[in-house]
Ligand binder design. Structure first.
Ligand code: IMP
Length: 455
């Protein structure tokens, strides 16, 4: 897209009606969404999570303090904002309590400012067991037979897939609101646990039998502790819309992990793209005029699945070490590679991104030549600039790169975009040209202050 068109898109972003903003990852997660949500929270009244669960991890650095949250929206650090966990989220309630306590322990206020949908689904302990057991069975299926394939996903083992599976299955699911009715919970868990027990045994789990009554008591107690937070968040959000309060929608995971639009089956189990917002919050998409797509200046991926620009070499290692590319949730080393703009452009299209935030640009300092993937070569020799959201076919493409000169200077002290080395500015301009939308934010370090805003 030409520069003039980019300018038009920027003008649209500034429309007065752009009250509400969505923040979404455009790669395979870990793009630094937490930092941007934290930054944008100042301009919004309500921060809403719409998908995923404790598989996500957002880290915010304020001064010398580092905060990591998995379920609670990153906006919780502002006492005057309301944080909402929407109905599209799967909540591990024990983890939620731990997160609340950890924040309170550090002086962060968590009370009426945290609202949890009564329709959000509960991640139960047996979901986590099931997740891990299934992954083990799937990864071991390969050994001893040439024909078998490793079908494991490399999940975070947080029970995300099994909890969403129960949601779709319906009768064996438990929603947050149900934690408030101890008697019904007990009756329901007696049936569910009998089924789960057999399933876990079939997956080779030898653990002690599931104790439905103990689980019910434990979760009724959890329900009592969380009761003040659990509510109908759909009406709550519509009340806020009526009051013209500004809402920030915070996506967890990222577009290429979206259950429908990502690199299936190597995806998570929710709609992490902005398409998940209406279903995951009850707020129609027509309310959202500003979508900020978050991307790193390079690519990373955790777990299995195709990654055309992956660098299993010194460049990949360098990016991992400089970028501290180890999972916030699981500590796993992330796979690292060159920036794939075929993928980013696709995600920006699916998410309706109106602007980009380019994160971790400082990590690329000191690399002589930088590569950006702009097209894929298919096995038949043809070339495409379209992403292929199918794991097998994407695994067969060869990336076609444009090479750009790097910059040697450290940029972590830059205070605006014009202060960046010329080659760093060119790198950003190339991203804008290829993706067709402006880079509105550039991040050159973890601190709030190391954020360059395009005004
Ligand atoms: P699950 O969400 O635990 O089922 O994992 C499914 C896939 O998504 C795995 O490859 C995970 O590594 C990946 N995944 C899930 N959440 C995130 C995230 O927040 N960042 C990066 N990868 C994620």
């Amino acid at each position: 897209m030409r520069r003039a068109q980019i300018k038009n898109r920027r003008a649209t972003n500034n429309r007065d009606e752009a009250l509400h903003t969505a923040v979404v990852g455009l790669q395979w997660g870990d793009e630094g969404k937490g930092k941007i949500v934290d930054l944008l929270t100042a301009d919004h009244d309500v921060i809403v999570r719409y998908n995923g669960g404790a598989n996500a991890g957002h880290t915010m650095v304020v001064g010398d303090q580092r905060y990591a949250v998995h379920l609670i929206p990153a906006g919780i650090l502002y006492p005057d904002k309301v944080c909402v966990i929407g109905n599209g989220v799967v909540v591990d309630p024990q983890k939620l309590i731990e997160e609340i306590e950890a924040l309170r322990g550090r002086g962060v206020e968590v009370g009426d400012n945290l609202r949890v949908s009564d329709r959000a689904h509960v991640v139960m302990p047996y979901h986590k067991e099931h997740d891990a057991a299934l992954e083990n069975v799937l990864s071991k299926a390969v050994s001893g037979s040439e024909k078998s394939v490793d079908l494991s996903i490399g999940t975070t083992r947080r029970g995300i897939g099994p909890a969403y599976a129960d949601k779709v299955q319906r009768s064996t699911a438990i929603r947050m609101g149900e934690l408030l009715d101890g008697e019904r919970l007990r009756a329901k868990l007696r049936v569910i646990c009998a089924i789960r027990q057999r399933e876990l045994e079939a997956l080779g789990v030898q653990a002690a039998p599931l104790n439905a009554d103990a689980l019910a008591s434990q979760h009724a107690a959890i329900g009592r502790r969380l009761a003040g937070h659990i509510t109908d968040t759909v009406y709550l959000l519509h009340d806020y819309l009526e009051q013209d309060r500004r809402i920030l929608f915070e996506g967890a995971n990222a577009c290429l992990l979206d259950i429908d639009h990502g690199t299936y089956p190597y995806v998570t189990s929710s709609n992490c793209s902005t398409l998940g917002i209406p279903a995951g919050t009850g707020v129609p998409g027509t309310h959202i005029h500003r979508v900020l797509g978050i991307m790193k200046a390079y690519s990373t991926r955790v777990g299995a699945g195709p990654f055309p620009t992956e660098q299993v070499n010194a460049i990949g290692d360098r990016i991992r070490e400089r970028g501290h590319e180890y999972g916030t949730t699981t500590g796993r080393p992330r796979r690292c590679g060159w920036l794939d703009l075929v993928a980013v452009r696709y995600s920006a299209m699916v998410c309706g991104a109106t602007g980009l935030a380019c994160m971790l640009l400082d990590v690329l300092s000191g690399i002589d030549e930088l590569k950006i993937c702009t097209q894929y070569r298919l096995p038949d020799g043809s070339v495409t600039d379209r992403f292929i959201p199918d794991a097998v076919r994407l695994g067969e493409v060869q990336p076609i790169y444009t090479t750009l000169p790097g910059w040697s200077e450290e940029i972590d002290e830059a205070t605006d975009r014009t202060a960046l080395p010329a080659n760093a500015r060119r790198y950003l301009e190339r991203i804008e040209q290829i993706v067709g939308i402006p880079v509105e934010i550039v991040s050159v370090g973890p601190e709030r202050t190391q954020t360059l805003l395009e005004v």
